[in-house]
Design a protein around this ligand. Structure first.
Ligand code: S5P
Length: 264
């Protein structure tokens, strides 16, 4: 099956190369799953990617929560991800002014050199997107920014008005791959999709086959429902990495997400 057939409008309207790259990988793997690889040791991370690499399309990292992080181990880890044809998504949630965000793409973790996608809040204004894009450009790489338009956590401060402003600015910005939407509330997601239109992507955390409340204010909605409501990628963490058999569970999420896209 061709990505252009399955993705329809999202494919034909895509401007950013990273958007098409994601749709191609997801189509090839028949999976709209991004694994939130929130394990705190390098060995735990390697083990996880070896188990679930074939069933996911993207790998979301929090580079600063790994206890035994080193540049060489991380390079090897990114190579492993590439072997499984995964997009690497550092969920750094940048929020500073453009110039500082650009510099924060470097530093000890050197996120610009291995990430394909990063997250950012738009709280400091639209120049953050240019800052992040110029960091990738500086090392001759391409990437896409996901802006936080909604969050999955209870009591978050991203109001309707704020969310609307993020979308208004984001849809006009070439460097924006799309938005983080709240996967735990399909009705909110539907509204977000209407606002976003057909070009930009919506990626959604807060999904789990076991719907309900998670730890420390996290909330979960149904992964299939999220895709039907307009999500293009489900971000799944503990649902997979804490499962007894991560590969079986990852396969299940992949199947549900792919079916959601076909049904949509
Ligand atoms: O609103 C959000 C945005 C993000 S990116 N809510 C989230 O939970 N996330 C991230 O998704 C969070 O940082 C974590 O890595 C992942 C969810 O993990 P899970 O274990 O709850 O599935």
């Amino acid at each position: 099956m061709q990505a252009s057939e399955v993705w329809g409008n999202r494919w034909s309207n895509a401007v950013l190369p990273m958007a098409r790259k994601y749709m191609e990988v997801a189509t090839e793997k028949q999976s709209l799953v991004c694994l939130a690889a929130d394990r705190t040791t390098m060995s735990g991370l390697f083990e996880l990617v070896k188990e679930v690499g074939p069933y996911i399309a993207a790998l979301k990292t929090h580079v600063d929560l790994v206890d035994d992080w080193s540049i060489t181990a991380w390079e090897e880890f990114c190579q492993l991800a590439k072997q499984y044809n995964l997009l690497i998504f550092e969920d750094r949630k940048f929020a500073d002014i453009g110039k500082i965000s650009q510099s924060q793409m470097g530093g000890i973790y050197d996120i610009r050199s291995w990430s394909d996608i990063v997250t950012a809040h738009l709280i400091s204004g639209p120049d953050i997107v240019d800052g992040l894009q110029s960091a990738w450009k500086g090392v001759d790489r391409q990437g896409g920014v996901l802006l936080l338009a909604q969050m999955s956590s209870r009591g978050n401060l991203l109001t309707e008005d704020y969310s609307q402003s993020v979308v208004d600015k984001g849809v006009q910005s070439e460097g924006v791959l799309g938005f983080i939407g709240n996967g735990s509330r399909p009705e909110e997601l539907r509204v977000l999709r209407q606002r976003v239109g057909e070009e930009k992507m919506i990626w959604t955390p807060g999904v789990n086959i076991a719907v309900g409340d998670g730890e420390m204010g996290q909330r979960y909605g149904d992964p299939y429902e999220a895709i039907i409501a307009g999500s293009d990628c489900i971000i799944v963490g503990s649902g997979i990495h804490k499962a007894e058999n991560p590969s079986d569970v990852a396969k299940e999420y992949a199947k549900l997400s792919w079916q959601g896209l076909l049904d949509r």
